[in-house]
Design a protein around this ligand. Structure first.
Ligand code: NAP
Length: 345
């Protein structure tokens, strides 16, 4: 049994980890932290977990974490970086769902997150936890930086095209939409019901923190060129889901993008390339760890090819991908505990 601790277990990604891990045969959740709910039993805060998780919340810096094989950080950015060095020294493996270890350059990270990085010396050894790209490295990693939700949907939509040089990497537009749980469970005016329901808006058009993350991954994959991506996030009034509509310019009209995508992801358990021209929906992947992708070729050489990509932001975009990474780090089948299909309706 892998003994697991979750720091930040009262947040949306934290409770999603509790839900997924409670059904995982190889894991025992030993520690769940919260300062705001410290001393309460988990099921008093989340009745959905009554008679499933029998734990009390303990404080975020509880010594009990030291005895865990693996600790998930489901905390706001600039939190994990203060605790991870000591926990690694104690022999714990770490999967950080926040952005603290995703960007390799401390300068770039500090520019976007506007705070000094507490342990830049760990950035080179942190492995970016996108299994479809870094499976081998994740298996032997002690510190995994779990990707962001938008970066997961957009990177999976672009990986086959960028890796095989099928598109102009300098001319990509990613128009993406997220459900409101993407903003977390903490109280905030902008995510209150009356602020988001029956409305639809773009935000951070001039620059979103996920842009350098996506650009870093795709530029590393692209052999000879930087990637130039316009990324515009939107907020939609639904609980879960990311929908990315990605516009790309193929290098030639004869390229069979559908075949390239189907071949690239043929062995992947959590990426489903649908028949050409399909229209994936967020509801089809709700609560599942699957990313569904559909390719729509342009009608003429001047028209872009459109790639549609959907995930559940809390599962493939956060907790599910973290469990996928844990399975790889501990030598388990990659899909252990992640079999559940999407919840419809
Ligand atoms: N939501 C998503 O769709 C999503 C997707 C991918 C990645 N992420 C990333 O995952 C992380 C967690 O997101 P979330 O949506 O679950 O956030 P959230 O709902 O706001 O929850 C935050 C959690 O962190 C804890 N926390 C707050 N300050 C802390 C501190 N100083 N030290 C330790 N724990 C602290 C809170 O515990 P208390 O009970 O004590 O307040 C709470 O349990 C964020 O970095 C986010 O960017 C989120």
């Amino acid at each position: 049994m892998i003994s697991v601790g979750i720091v930040g277990a009262t947040g949306y990604t934290g409770v999603e980890l509790l839900r997924l891990l409670s059904a995982h045969e190889g894991v025992e959740v030993k520690v769940a932290t919260s300062n705001s709910e410290k001393g309460k039993v988990v099921s008093a805060v989340f009745p959905s977990l009554r008679s499933i998780i029998d734990l009390e919340f303990v404080e975020h810096d509880s010594k009990q974490l030291n005895s865990c094989d693996l600790i998930f950080f489901a905390t706001p950015h600039a939190t994990a970086m203060h605790h991870v060095p000591k926990l690694l020294e104690q022999g714990c493996k770490i999967i950080d769902l926040s952005a603290d270890f995703r960007i390799k350059s401390p300068d770039v990270w500090e520019h976007w997150y506007e705070v000094k990085h507490a342990c830049p010396e760990l950035l080179p050894s942190a492995v970016y936890g996108l299994p479809e790209l870094n499976r081998v490295e994740i298996k032997s990693a002690n510190l995994v930086a779990n990707p962001g939700c938008y970066p997961t949907a957009i990177t999976l939509a672009l990986l086959p095209a960028i890796k095989n040089g099928l598109i102009n990497a300098k001319d990509i537009i990613a128009d993406a939409k997220s459900g409101v749980s993407g903003a977390g469970r903490k109280a905030a005016l902008a995510s209150q019901f009356s602020e988001v329901s029956e409305s639809f808006k773009a935000y951070s058009v001039s620059g979103h923190r996920h842009l350098p993350e996506i650009a870093q991954t795709l530029s590393n994959v692209q052999q000879d060129n930087d990637v130039n991506l316009t990324f515009v996030p939107h907020l939609v009034p639904m609980n879960r889901g990311i929908f990315a509509t990605v516009y790309v310019k193929p290098m030639g009209h004869s390229i069979d993008m559908q075949k390239h995508y189907a071949d690239f992801y043929a062995e992947e358990k959590f990426v489903d390339v649908m028949p050409e021209g399909s229209h994936p929906e967020t509801r089809s992947v709700k609560t599942s760890n699957t990313c569904q992708i559909a390719v729509h070729p342009g009608n003429s050489e001047s028209q872009p090819t459109v790639i549609l990509s959907v995930i559940d932001n809390l599962v493939k975009g956060a907790a599910g991908q973290a469990v996928q990474n844990m399975n790889l780090m501990f030598g388990l089948d990659e899909d252990t505990g992640l079999f559940a299909p999407g919840l419809v309706p």
